[in-house]
Design a protein around this ligand. Structure first.
Ligand code: PRP
Length: 216
C-alpha cells in the first residue's frame, strides 16, 4: 500500500482531478465527510488529508510515501525528501510586497519589518543579500502588516494579485515562482520503487500533456 499525504485547501481540488485521471476513485474524499484517512476499494492507496504546511513532515518521517504540496511550503519547511515532479498547477509567485515606492533599505535607522507566513523563506531571502530585517510571523491576512503599520513589507504568495490590489499594495520584488510539487520519502522510493514510479510516470504524462495541449 502507498500512503499519499494530500494538502487540504487551495491545492486539493486540482490534486484530486489529477488523481482521478489516473483512475483513482476520489469521490469519497470529495464528499462532505470529516474523515481524515481514506483507502481505495482495492486497498492499494491510502490518503491522509493534512494541513498543507504539514505535508513535508509526514513525508520526511515516512508516515506518507508521497506528498503533494506547494513549492512555498517545501522551501519554508526545508525537510529531507525527494522533490520528484512539478505538477504545474497551483501556480503563483513568492514576492515581497508593500506600498509602492517603499524603500527596502529605508531612510530610517530602524530595521525593515517583514510580516509573513514564511519566516524561513523571508530570513533566507534577506540573509542571501546581506540585509538585516526583523521578521514577524503571522498566520494569515499578512497584507494587514503594512496596512496597520505592523510591518513595512510582507513576504507572501501572490496568485491573481487581487488581494494586493484591493488593499493598495504592490509587488516590490520577486523571490521565486511557486507550483504544486510531488515529493517522495527517501526510503519509500527504494522500498516501494515500482508502485511509486508508476504513480509518478502517470502524473508526469498527464501534467506534461497538459502543458503541451496549452501550447497548441
Ligand atoms: C493567500 C496569500 C494572499 C492571497 C493571494 O492567502 O497569502 O493573501 O492568497 O492571492 P491573490 O493574489 O489571488 O489575491 P490565503 O487565501 O491562503 O489566505 P490567508 O491569508 O488567510 O492565509
Amino acid at each position: 500500500m502507498i500512503t499519499i499525504a494530500l494538502a487540504k485547501g487551495r491545492l486539493a481540488d486540482q490534486t484530486l482531478d489529477l488523481l482521478e485521471q489516473l483512475g483513482i476513485d476520489c469521490r469519497e474524499i470529495r464528499g462532505e465527510s470529516r474523515k481524515l484517512i481514506f483507502t481505495t476499494n482495492d486497498g492499494a492507496i491510502r490518503f491522509i488529508l493534512v494541513k498543507p504546511s504539514d505535508v513535508p513532515a509526514y513525508v520526511e518521517y515516512g508516515t506518507a510515501d508521497i506528498g503533494i504540496a506547494g513549492k512555498d511550503t517545501l522551501l519554508e519547511e526545508g525537510r529531507s525528501l525527494y522533490e520528484m515532479l512539478d505538477l504545474r498547477f497551483g501556480c503563483c509567485r513568492l514576492v515581497v510586497a508593500g506600498y509602492a515606492g517603499r524603500k527596502i533599505n529605508g531612510i530610517t535607522n530602524s530595521l525593515t519589518r517583514v510580516a509573513t507566513k514564511y519566516p524561513n523563506i523571508a530570513r533566507n531571502f534577506y540573509a542571501g543579500r546581506g540585509e538585516s530585517v526583523e521578521i514577524i510571523k503571522l498566520n494569515g491576512s499578512v497584507e494587514l502588516g503594512p496596512l496597520t503599520g505592523l510591518s513595512d513589507v510582507i513576504v507572501d504568495i501572490v496568485e491573481s494579485g487581487r488581494t494586493l490590489e484591493e488593499n493598495g499594495l504592490v509587488v516590490l520584488e520577486e523571490i521565486c515562482p511557486v507550483s504544486a510539487r510531488l515529493v517522495v520519502n527517501q526510503v519509500s522510493l527504494k522500498t516501494k520503487h515500482d508502485e511509486i514510479r508508476k504513480i509518478i510516470e502517470g502524473l508526469r504524462e498527464l501534467t506534461e500533456g497538459k502543458a503541451d495541449d496549452s501550447r497548441n
